[in-house]
Design a protein around this ligand. Structure first.
Ligand SMILES: *Cc1c(COP(=O)(O)O)cnc(C)c1O
Length: 212
């Protein structure tokens, strides 16, 4: 099955309010162009250098989403063009995004990553730390904190995935200023949408399995 067909099928089943971010990490430009030609404009990458290289080569009306963990010292490379940074999880990073966005005279959208999974390895902020980050973020003129992002535990247990997404959605709904809830990947986006996701990050279901 080709990329165009995969996209078409995916989109047919998506509720209208749910945005699809095509996660193109590790995939060649030719694959991204195929998705672009099929109408896809939001792409997600998890490595800054790779995203910069692709941004240079791809048409300029694409919205680039940084979905991976970000080191503060690399923000400057994507600040000229990145649309949304999904995995903000510290005040240090938020400050650096503000600084680089200002330097580029841009507004950069940020999502705060909340740790919802049981796994130790997943990045993210504790829900209890959110208020303090938000109040500091309010003072930063070049960033907009649009909402939250989370990744469920990698498990076959659907009820666990659902309860993790439910927790994140409950937190999300407490803040009237939020408009983006980024949750759901190829394996769990249907559950995520049922629980209120507004933005799904789908890679392998569009582009096929990744070879690292
Ligand atoms: C790779 C990745 C995805 C997409 O994963 P698939 O299972 O291929 O859909 C989504 N979100 C993040 C943060 C990722 O790193």
């Amino acid at each position: 099955m080709g990329i165009r067909e995969n996209l078409k099928r995916l989109k047919e089943d998506l509720p209208q309010q749910v945005e699809l971010i095509a996660v193109s990490k590790t995939k060649p430009i030719s694959d991204l162009l195929e998705a672009y030609d099929a109408g896809q404009r939001a792409f997600g990458e998890n490595k800054i250098q790779e995203m910069v290289t692709k941004w240079e080569q791809m048409p300029k009306d694409i919205q680039w989403h940084m979905i991976g963990h970000v080191q503060s010292n690399k923000v400057k490379y994507m600040a000229p063009f990145v649309h949304t940074i999904h995995a903000v999880d510290s005040i240090k990073l938020l400050k650096e995004i503000q600084k680089q966005a200002a330097r580029n005279e841009r507004i950069i959208n940020c999502l705060i990553q909340i740790r919802i999974a049981k796994e130790e390895t997943k990045f993210g902020l504790d829900a209890s730390e959110l208020d303090s980050l938000l109040s500091q973020g309010k003072e930063m003129p070049n960033i907009v904190i649009k909402g939250l992002m989370g990744m469920a535990t990698f498990t076959e247990d659907q009820s666990q995935i659902r309860s993790e997404f439910k927790n994140l959605a409950d937190l999300y709904r407490k803040y009237s200023s939020f408009e983006v809830l980024s949750m759901g990947m190829s394996g769990d986006y249907d559950i995520a949408i049922e629980e209120g996701s507004t933005s799904i990050r789908v890679g392998s279901k569009i582009f096929g399995e990744r070879n690292y």
